[in-house]
Design a protein around this ligand. Structure first.
Ligand SMILES: *Cc1c(COP(=O)(O)O)cnc(C)c1O
Length: 425
């Protein structure tokens, strides 16, 4: 565990001084307030900041387009025909997969649907989908509509696991018990990796194992997990996963998305899927044959001509992750989050009645770098004060403030300053 923290500016500055990753902040554009001072940006869980290298990466592709036109597909510096391969190695490392188990394409909810088309194959007997509560709205809509187009009533087909009365997060034992209870009615477990609201990192290995034990499949939405927590999708035997690149992966608004298909499915060309020409075997893709021959691996789920410009942004960002390594990031994130937790608890201790309840799990293994703070009725007012003080956080009705100190660009000093303003509320 980290050494004993102190709620002082000098202590926070000392932590920054000792931080082996401190130089990475300079590699990002930090948004500025009207007074020219940088915002304290704790919203990397919604939209990560822009790596300074992004412009150069986009310009390279603009230049190739300008100079080469269509020939850029093969003659460009980074030939567009193969562009998604340039993103494979670093993406695979982040989710704990083999290179051919990942592909970068489309956007998140689109990929979620593509995966469910393949891996939610309900029968009259086995048709239920288990999700966490509260699941991100887009995921709720996606699973409900998948049930619906297969002829099932979402009210019957979609099962939510809820926290126990008086609790805010889910107990693994309750998730596993639900899976077992649903048994041969359960077709798919579709869970978030890290819950967007509470910041809880679920035990995906155990969930996958339990799902497989009853004959169901397990797929994960890793929007809040990729680039944040350690993942081992291949070893965990997850069937599929999807994630976006614009949160912790800093790849810009509406950035491209990732998908994982375990090789047990990806190498089986008979796995049902929606097809498009980009998923066709690369050797014959441009021969324009009428029969679809899927590529082996996750690449076989591609539909369209790759989106080079968002992918160039993603490549610039992934190279930073490749350079630092997720383990070092995780280590700093643990400390940064623990410091934030300490500061909030310290504020509570100074009050007669604690006004901030952290609903994110205390166990560092069960969270990433987000803390969700349940406030009392003064919450909204407090959030306004934070905003006025140049702190960008996130408000969720009815009264939760989500803050994400991100290890690539946030500082301990920023955490301390946040606490100072919170304390004045
Ligand atoms: C951010 C997020 C999304 C957003 O989906 P898009 O298709 O990228 O707009 C979906 N699901 C979860 C869990 C998220 O956190």
């Amino acid at each position: 565990m980290p050494k004993k923290f102190q709620n002082t500016l000098s202590f926070a500055r000392q932590l920054d001084k000792e931080d082996p990753l401190k130089s990475y902040r300079k590699r990002f554009h930090i948004p500025l307030q009207k007074n020219g001072k940088p915002f304290i940006y704790f919203c990397g869980n919604s939209l990560g900041l822009q790596p300074k290298t992004v412009r150069k990466y986009i310009e390279q592709e603009l230049l190739d387009w300008e100079k080469l036109g269509v020939e850029g597909h093969f003659d460009g510096k980074n030939p567009w025909y193969y562009y998604h391969h340039f993103l494979e190695k670093s993406s695979a490392k982040l989710v704990g997969a083999k290179k051919n188990e990942v592909v970068i394409m489309n956007s998140l909810t689109v990929n979620l649907h593509l995966m469910m088309i393949s891996f939610y194959r309900p029968t009259p007997q086995r048709y239920k989908i288990l999700i966490e509560s509260p699941a991100f709205p887009s995921d709720q809509y996606a699973v409900a509509s998948q049930a619906q187009i297969n002829g099932f009533d979402p009210k019957d087909a979609i099962i939510e696991v809820k926290p126990r009365e008086g609790e805010e997060t889910l107990r693994t034992e309750d998730i596993l018990a639900k899976i077992e209870e649903l048994g041969n009615e359960l077709a798919l477990v579709m869970f978030g990796g890290v819950n967007y609201y509470t910041g809880q990192f679920f035990e995906l290995d155990k969930i996958t194992e339990a799902a497989h034990k009853v004959g169901a499949l397990a797929g994960f939405d890793l929007a809040h997990a990729t680039g944040n927590v350690l993942l081992k999708l291949h070893d965990w035997q997850a069937d599929f996963a999807v994630w976006c690149s614009y949160k912790y992966l800093n790849s810009g608004p509406g950035g491209t998305s990732g998908a994982f298909v375990h090789e047990k499915h990806g190498n089986n060309l008979a796995t049902p899927r929606l097809a498009g020409w980009w998923g066709n075997d690369e050797k014959t893709r441009f021969e324009m044959q009428s029969e679809f021959i899927p590529q082996k691996g996750a690449g076989g789920w591609q539909l369209s001509n790759a989106q080079i410009l968002p992918m160039a942004v993603h490549l610039a960002s992934l190279e930073i992750f490749e350079e630092v390594g997720i383990r070092k990031l995780r280590k700093k994130a643990d400390q940064l989050t623990a410091f934030m937790e300490f500061i909030i608890n310290d504020l509570n201790a100074k009050k007669e009645t604690p006004s901030f309840q952290i609903i994110t799990p205390k166990d560092p293994k069960k969270r990433g770098c987000q803390l969700s703070i349940l406030t009392d009725e003064t919450g909204k007012h407090l959030f306004k004060k934070l905003t006025e003080a140049g702190i960008i956080a996130d408000w969720r009705e009815p009264n939760v403030i989500r803050i994400a100190p991100v290890p690539l660009y946030n500082k301990f000093e920023e955490v301390w300053r946040f606490g100072k303003i919170l304390g004045q509320g």
